[in-house]
Structure formats: structure tokens, C-alpha cells
Design a protein around this ligand. Structure first.
Ligand code: FAD
Length: 418
């Protein structure tokens, strides 16, 4: 007997795999388009990196669309802790995971979105044309017209015929200035995040030189370790142990300076794993040359090339710093789809880009923007047989613009700052 027959069956218009930073805007955007949506999340809580890895700081701009809505909700919830979201100031862009979760729950409430947690997508049943018929976890099967891979790891794409990439390419492959001569597949390093709080008797003591949310709490980019393949359980277990050994040393030092650890990330933070090789692979030459795309779904501003050098070398030395700060660039829809899987749209850090570009576009406001675009694209597709490759991209861009997203790098002054 086929295992599928014992699985509970669910269906919706749009199935979002991964309820994280990109997945939630995708689900919200699709539901606002009138779609019935299912979110399948492997963790116990929705939210992605801010929940799983304690990433509590928005880098990159603009804040627009659903990202801006979320920021406004969080601000309203936690006036005392938020200094506000101002451009070009790392210390002003922090939030607390609790506010992030509450804000998301408020935004998702009352919409036709069914959320399944502790459900890891492990199998995909494919159609003859390579499209997805349904996805399966250990206990359930989910069927939709269009599917969104917002797993960060391209976990859904990996179950299809979609081509995948991981780590550093050779410089010759895309002519990228910062790529190594030879491809080595190395990925950005992993970091254990934690939050420090000032002890009362240390009220006027010096602060740690890191992002802060208030005069009392500090978000810390903690021990950072090299992991060859973060998808390998044994390697991750060893790396986590190593990070915790280092963390305990840091904790002792902070204790002596008058701080205590208020929170530690549930998991070692993984910046990079697999990404899709989609219909367009966004590369650093395009970013540096300011290439514009007719199918752009979001502009990207105020980000750097930030690859957390896999070899552990500091990338931000003085020479490279300037080159790292990129001018506004665009993310094309073609980097979110592949001909190999007609009814799948990809969002978040696993969209189609090189290792170098991934190090720039992986920041959360941009993952949210591709998530919102994926949700609308999947809705347009869902209304027409689910084919995400044949949607009217002009309509997608119009809908995004109506929803407050800035899709073009040339549309003048940024009016969407929070
Ligand atoms: C240490 C570290 C520091 C960072 N610092 C910053 C920063 O300061 N500012 C910033 O803007 N960005 C930062 N980032 C980057 C940012 O957090 C991530 O790139 C971004 O969250 C990626 O969004 P995503 O939706 O693609 O993935 P995620 O937010 O990770 O969401 C993916 C979701 O999919 C789920 N999932 C995975 N596989 C499956 C499956 N098979 N089935 C079902 N669900 C699945 C996961 O559980 C998760 O909830 C940092 C990242 C790290 C690791």
C-alpha cells in the first residue's frame, strides 16, 4: 500500500513551504489576493530566522510593502524598546522576537491561511511537466495550484528537477570580482546570536559595541564558526558545540563587565545553504554595473556584499569596504522561477543568485520583498492553471506597486522609509 494513502490530505490554492521571513509575507500577500493558503513549517513556531536564530535586526532597504507594515506594528507594540527605524543606522533597526511574533499573528489573523507547524516537507509528487502535484510531510499531504519555496534551504526545489547551487563559484563563471579563482562550494560562516542585558549596578557602565535596542539590551553577533555544509547534521552538531564553547568564554567576560545573557538563539545561525539555479542567476557584475530588469520585483538599497568569508578572513578590510557598498539594484522575477518546475515560485535567501550576491540579498527586508512578490505571483498563477512562468509580470509589478512596494531602482526618492 502506498504510504500516501495513510497521510491526511489538505488542499488550498497556494501552498507555502516554510513559514519564515519570506514565507509569511508570501502567505499574507496571496491571502490578500483572495487565495486560500496553506503554510507548512517544520519548526514549532512560525517566523523563521528571528525566531530560530534570534536575528533581531533589519539590514538593507527599503522598508516597504509588508515589511513596513510589520515594522509599524512592532513599533506600536514595543515603544520602549524600539528606538525607531532610521536609515543607515545599524543600532536603530533592532526589534524583539516577541514583538515580531505578535505582530505577525495580528497581521495573519482572520485570513484564509491555514498554518501547519512541526511539519517538514520531505517529499514532492511531480507531474509529467515537472510541476508539483502535491508535497508531503511524515503525516500529511498538501495539494495546491501553485507552490512557494520559502524554506531558505531550497528544500522544496531540492525535491524537484530544479538545478541547485551551493557556496562559492569560480570567478570565471560569472566574471565576479570578489569570487575566488576556483570554485570550492564554501559557504558564509555561521554565528550564534545572543542578547545581553545590563545588570542594575552597571547602569552607567560602558556599553558593548553592538546593535542595541535600549540602554539595557544588546543584540550580540556571537561566536562565528566555519561550517562546510550546514545541511549535514553531524557537522552542524559539532559546529554548535564549538560555538557554545566559545559562547561560554564570552559569557564569562560579559558577566565580569556587568552584563548577563538574557537570551540565546535556539539554533546556530546559518547564513547560506542551497539556492536555486533559476531562469536568471543574479550576479555581482550586474549589481556593480547597475543593470536594470524589466521584470524587477523589488529595489534593493543600502546593502553591502557581505560574505562572512568562509575561510574566516575579514572581508571588510579598508580596500574592499568601498566596493562592498552597493548602489541600488533590482531583483528580477526570473531569479525566482525555473522552467524545470512551472508551478513553483522561490522566495527568500534561496532565490537564484551567486554566492556573492546571496551575501547581499539575504537580509530580511529583501527576503520579505521577494516573499510578497512570490505570494502575488503565485496568486496570479493560481488563477490560471498555476503556471508561474506564464504570468503577466506587468500585472505583478502593478499589484506590488499598489501594495506599497517599490519595484524599480529608478523611481526617485524613497518614500517608504519607516
Ligand atoms: C547569524 C545571522 C545573522 C544575520 N543578521 C542579519 C541582520 O542583521 N539583518 C538582516 O536583515 N538579516 C540578517 N541575517 C539574514 C536573514 O536572517 C536570513 O537570510 C533571512 O531570514 C532568510 O529568510 P528566509 O525566509 O529565506 O529563511 P528563514 O527566515 O530561515 O525561513 C525559512 C523557514 O522555512 C522553514 N523550513 C525549512 N525547511 C523546511 C521544510 N523542509 N519544510 C517546512 N519548513 C521548512 C524553516 O524552519 C524556517 O522557518 C542573518 C542571518 C544569520 C544566520
Amino acid at each position: 500500500m502506498s504510504e500516501t494513502k495513510t497521510l491526511k490530505q489538505y488542499s488550498a490554492d497556494v501552498i507555502v513551504c516554510g513559514g519564515g521571513v519570506a514565507g509569511l509575507p508570501a502567505a499574507l500577500a496571496a491571502a490578500r489576493e483572495g487565495m486560500r493558503v496553506i503554510v507548512v513549517e517544520k519548526g514549532a513556531r512560525i517566523g523563521g530566522a528571528p525566531v530560530n536564530n534570534l536575528i533581531q535586526c533589519f539590514c538593507g532597504r527599503p522598508f516597504h510593502g509588508i515589511c513596513l507594515e510589520l515594522i509599524r506594528k512592532m513599533k506600536a507594540l514595543s515603544q520602549d524598546y524600539m528606538y525607531g527605524f532610521e536609515p543607515r543606522s545599524q543600532t536603530k533597526n533592532c526589534f524583539r522576537t516577541g514583538d515580531y511574533v505578535v505582530a505577525w499573528r495580528q497581521m495573519l489573523a482572520g485570513l484564509p491561511i491555514q498554518i501547519f507547524t512541526e511539519q517538514e516537507v520531505k517529499r514532492a509528487v511531480l507531474r509529467a511537466d515537472g510541476g508539483i502535484e502535491r508535497v508531503e510531510t511524515d503525516t500529511a499531504a498538501f495539494q495546491g495550484k501553485a507552490y512557494i519555496d520559502a524554506t531558505g534551504d531550497a528544500a522544496l526545489a531540492a525535491l524537484t528537477a530544479c538545478k541547485l547551487a551551493m557556496g562559492r563559484e569560480a570567478r570565471s563563471q560569472y566574471g565576479e570580482p570578489f569570487a575566488p579563482e576556483k570554485a570550492d562550494g564554501a559557504v558564509q560562516r555561521c554565528t550564534l546570536m545572543y542578547v545581553l542585558r545590563r545588570r542594575r549596578e552597571n547602569e552607567y557602565g560602558p556599553a558593548p559595541n553592538w546593535a542595541e535596542y535600549s540602554n539595557e539590551e544588546y543584540l550580540m553577533w556571537g561566536p562565528t564558526v566555519v561550517v562546510k555544509n550546514p545541511l549535514d547534521a553531524e557537522e552542524m552538531s559539532e559546529a554548535t558545540q564549538k560555538a557554545y564553547d566559545l559562547f561560554l568564554e564570552q559569557q564569562k567576560e560579559w558577566e565580569e563587565k556587568g552584563f548577563f545573557v538574557a537570551d540565546v538563539a535556539p539554533r546556530l545561525g546559518v547564513r547560506e545553504t542551497r539556492r536555486i539555479v533559476g531562469n536568471h542567476v543574479l550576479n555581482a557584475r550586474e549589481l556593480l554595473n547597475g543593470v536594470r530588469f524589466p521584470d524587477a520585483v523589488t529595489v534593493v538599497r543600502d546593502t553591502a556584499i557581505d560574505p562572512w568569508d568562509p575561510d574566516g578572513n575579514p572581508f571588510h578590510d579598508q580596500d574592499k569596504q568601498e566596493a562592498c557598498l552597493l548602489k541600488p539594484y533590482e531583483i528580477p522575477y526570473a531569479s525566482m522561477v525555473t522552467d524545470a518546475v512551472p508551478n513553483m515560485v522561490v522566495a527568500g535567501r534561496c532565490i537564484s543568485a551567486t554566492h556573492i550576491v546571496n551575501s547581499s540579498l539575504r537580509v530580511m527586508p529583501l527576503c520579505m520583498a521577494t516573499g510578497q512578490a512570490a505570494g502575488i505571483a503565485a496568486s496570479i498563477a493560481s488563477a490560471a492553471e498555476g503556471n508561474a512562468l506564464k504570468i503577466d509580470v506587468r500585472l505583478l509589478r502593478e499589484k506590488l506597486t499598489e501594495a506599497g512596494v517599490r519595484v524599480s531602482a529608478d523611481s526617485g526618492k524613497d518614500m517608504f522609509e519607516g
